[in-house]
Design a protein around this ligand. Structure first.
Ligand code: NAD
Length: 507
């Protein structure tokens, strides 16, 4: 890496080496809390994507990487986890200055989650059934049959700006665990921590196993998906771009997994313990200024508790302190950009226009010391109906829609009335009732009396237009393998092969 005045320049990371973009162009990375330029980053082209895919292809086809034993591979995953811990402060810093996430959250959760994911998958790799032997079948004839699970090949990971490192890890860790190689294209707002992560990982894997091409979605992202030597695409981002990814993948029939947007419903039942349900529901929606795909943005409350719930929510929301993400006392940082801030403010305006009642926040805030940052007050609307724009579209900002219900079945029906199905939640003291409701909710994860709690050994992903496939857990290892059936005949005599009679009528 080279240093220009105070601003670092980050090249592309290809084949274990830093290299500039083929046309030497760069783009700016801006701190969303201060508006300051924090880095210049190589703007990768289709030619650079081609180089990275070539390196990944070579490492897959012509090195020992894919043939390592599970023990060797688990050992590498453990080494990566220790290296991430050693670089925790630097990674958290790079992520905070570009994503606006607080160091408190990144250091106190994200890094630990990444370390734990590599270690969890290391354990899974040791137990993984790479080869399964089938019993000798009566039909069509005696044989020895295996099912082998093999790596897919060169994987492309395209990631969003909200949790850049964690989401890159959800793809990198299982890809490497199963012997694949990977090219990562991070979001243009937040490439820094992913580049650093690749450098750390490269210390323990052969060159070309992990590569990062920074650049725009339209050029670098599309070139990667269309590339004929890429075997799998793992995308996390908006549902709108996810549709485009699917279209492009279709050109070469790529194995594609999609983790997309959400509009997650959160149902408070009459018997809920409000002392937990209310801070829990705000935790569910305002963490990272509402920029989490699983945020519980639609809150369904029973008629008879509506007023008391709203009053307490407003009181609790007023305690959330916005500030510089690098300050450990900051509760929430900025939203990612001026453009995103304007989008969120336009949704707030739409809520007012459609007749919802703004009871908390709703405005941009100027944070002392961060006057050029993009901060928005935690915002709560009541009198929202499930057909309003603010209840249907993903806002990806700190906006909560409170929707009343009189019967629980009505709340479940409204909860499911969405194109999305990423997460859902229910708050009640009656756990059996919660399980009944969880069965009816159309979502990839259901939290009972909690939110945002993801385990590395449990799958995560969406129903409906929130995505295809699952990340984390054993499911994620399956997603980075392909299945081969190997048949060995146990019938050496021609006359016993009566199935040949399907073609030859004469004996
Ligand atoms: P985005 O869809 O705008 O961008 C995601 C990535 O796709 C970026 O790297 C971008 O450069 C790239 N991209 C954009 N256009 C492309 C194209 N035509 N071809 C290939 N790549 C392209 O999403 P975002 O704004 O970065 O992130 C926010 C979205 O991500 C939200 O919708 C959120 O719900 C979703 N998200 C989902 C999950 C999940 O696990 N389901 C997790 C986090 C974020």
């Amino acid at each position: 890496m080279t240093v220009q005045t105070d601003v670092q320049t980050f090249p592309l990371y290809i084949n274990g080496q830093w290299q500039p973009a083929s046309n030497n162009e760069t783009f700016d990375v801006i701190n969303p809390a201060t508006g300051q330029l924090v880095a210049k980053v190589a703007k990768g082209t289709a030619e650079d994507v081609n180089k990275a895919v070539h390196a990944a292809r070579e490492a897959f086809d012509n090195s020992d990487w894919r043939n390592m034993s599970p023990k060797e591979r688990a050992n590498i995953l453990y080494q990566i986890s220790y290296a991430i811990s050693e670089h925790a402060d630097e990674l958290a810093y790079l992520e905070a200055i570009s994503s606006g996430g607080t160091v408190r959250r990144i250091g106190g959760n994200d890094i630990l989650q990444m370390v734990d994911l590599f270690q969890t998958l290391a354990k899974f790799v040791l137990e993984y059934e790479f080869s399964e032997t089938l019993p000798s079948p009566p039909f069509p004839g005696p044989a020895h049959n295996f099912i082998w699970r093999e790596p897919i090949g060169v994987c492309a990971a395209i990631t969003p700006w909200n949790l850049p490192m964690v989401i890159a890890t959800w793809k990198i860790a299982p890809a490497l665990a199963m012997g694949n190689t990977i090219v990562v294209k991070p979001a243009s707002y937040t490439p820094l921590s992913t580049l650093k992560l690749a450098e750390i990982i490269s210390e323990v894997v052969p060159p070309g196993v992990i590569n990062v091409v920074t650049g725009s979605g339209a050029e670098a992202g599309e070139a990667l998906i269309k590339h004929p030597n890429v075997d799998k695409v793992a995308f996390t981002g908006s549902t709108e771009v996810g549709r485009r990814v699917m279209e492009l993948s279709a050109g070469t029939i790529k194995n594609t997994t999609l983790e997309l947007g959400g509009k997650s419903p959160n149902i408070i039942l009459e018997d809920a313990d409000l002392s937990i349900a209310l801070p829990g529901s705000l935790f569910g929606v305002f963490l990272h200024s509402g920029q989490l795909c699983e945020s519980g943005t639609r809150l369904f409350v029973p008629d008879q508790l509506h007023d008391v719930i709203v009053e307490q929510l407003v009181h609790l929301a007023s305690k959330i302190k916005p500030g510089n993400p690098l300050d450990p006392n900051t509760d929430v940082g900025p939203v990612i950009s001026k453009k995103q801030k304007e989008t969120i403010l336009s949704y707030i305006e739409a809520g007012k226009q459609e007749g919802a009642t703004l009871v908390c926040g709703g405005k941009e805030i100027k944070v002392p010391g961060c006057e050029d940052g993009h901060f928005i007050e935690p915002t709560i609307f009541t009198n929202v109906t499930n057909d309003m724009k603010i209840a249907r579209e993903e806002i990806f900002g700190p906006v909560l829609s409170v929707i009343r219900y009189s019967e629980v079945d009505e709340a479940i029906k409204m909860a499911n009335d969405s194109i999305y199905g990423l997460a859902a939640g229910v708050w009640t003291k009656d756990v059996n009732n919660a399980y009944d409701i969880a069965r009816k909710l159309q979502a990839g994860v259901v939290w009972i009396n909690d939110w945002h709690m993801l385990r590395n050994d449990a799958p995560f992903g969406g129903y409906k237009q929130s995505g295809i496939g699952r990340e984390m857990g054993k499911h994620s290892l399956d997603a980075y393998t392909q299945v081969k059936h190997v048949h060995t005949s146990m019938v050496p005599e021609l006359h016993r092969r009566n199935w040949y009679g399907l073609l030859f009528s004469e004996k």
